[in-house]
Design a protein around this ligand. Structure first.
Ligand code: GLP
Length: 242
């Protein structure tokens, strides 16, 4: 896996943003997948500003959500849906609902949700580009440690680390125990995968991701087996690397 280190999270987000803009210029009808959480926010902001300035046109792209907390919808600040729509989809004027496929964390039939999202991706072939935040336990989306590698969309029991970390997203107390997520097979089949991490708190998992052979125990290591993966980190997240 290629590793690109940047002096700051801002310069990393700019480079990631420019990379995505180039990709969309080359293939305007790309299928893109951006993680929720904190990691992609600066990049999403960069892309929104570029779209508003007319530097990039997402009008022909499609988007698929990476994951969602089961039981949460847009009305919960910190849900993946709220994050992606408020920081990106609703700020890009050319986007319409038909371009976006996002897990409904409030759906009664979660298997049907998995099927719906799998079918949306299959209709497009494969995902052209994924921007994935590395979780504190190495999760990618909600592909938690021990994840089976042969799954597309699936419903997941959240790892204890994920449950503990989850409080940072929410203003109110929420009880999250399950997630719904694209699977490792989607990540393996994607044309390009960008793993991203910034800040000192990610330094340990970044080092483990790089030093460990691909294993489900540390899902971020599995990206090394994908077709074309790159890791974007800032100085702080890379501070334990030689
Ligand atoms: C969260 C989210 C993922 C995110 C990852 C890392 O649980 N569900 O979409 O990519 O874990 O989160 P963060 O970027 O906040 O560190």
């Amino acid at each position: 896996m290629n590793i690109k280190k940047f002096s700051t999270a801002v310069s990393m987000a700019e480079a990631a943003g420019e990379h995505i803009i180039e990709l969309v210029k080359k293939k305007p009808e790309s299928l893109l997948c951006f993680a929720g959480g904190e990691t992609p926010l600066l990049t999403l902001n960069y892309l929104v500003e570029a779209a508003l300035k007319g530097k990039v046109d997402f009008g022909k792209c499609s988007f698929v959500g990476l994951d969602e907390w089961v039981g949460l919808g847009r009305e919960t600040k910190g849900s993946c849906r709220q994050t992606l729509f408020d920081y990106f989809f609703d700020r890009v004027p050319e986007l319409t609902d038909s371009q976006i496929c996002f897990f409904d964390g409030l759906a009664n039939d979660l298997d049907a949700e998995c099927k719906r999202v799998d079918e949306f991706i299959a209709k497009h072939g494969v995902i052209d580009f994924m921007l994935l935040g590395i979780g504190m336990n190495g999760h990618l989306g909600f592909n938690e440690p021990g994840v089976p590698t042969d799954k597309y969309c699936h419903v997941v029991d959240l790892d204890s680390v994920t449950k503990k970390v989850s409080v940072k997203y929410f203003d109110e107390e929420v009880n999250v125990s399950k997630g719904i997520s694209l699977g490792i097979k989607h990540i393996m089949e994607a044309t390009e995968v960008m793993l991203m991490a910034y800040g000192e708190k990610k330094a340990d998992i970044v080092k483990r991701t790089i030093d460990t052979e691909p294993t489900s125990d540390v899902p971020s290591t599995l990206a090394k087996n994908s077709k074309n993966a790159v890791m974007f980190i800032d100085e702080a997240a890379g501070s334990q690397l030689n």
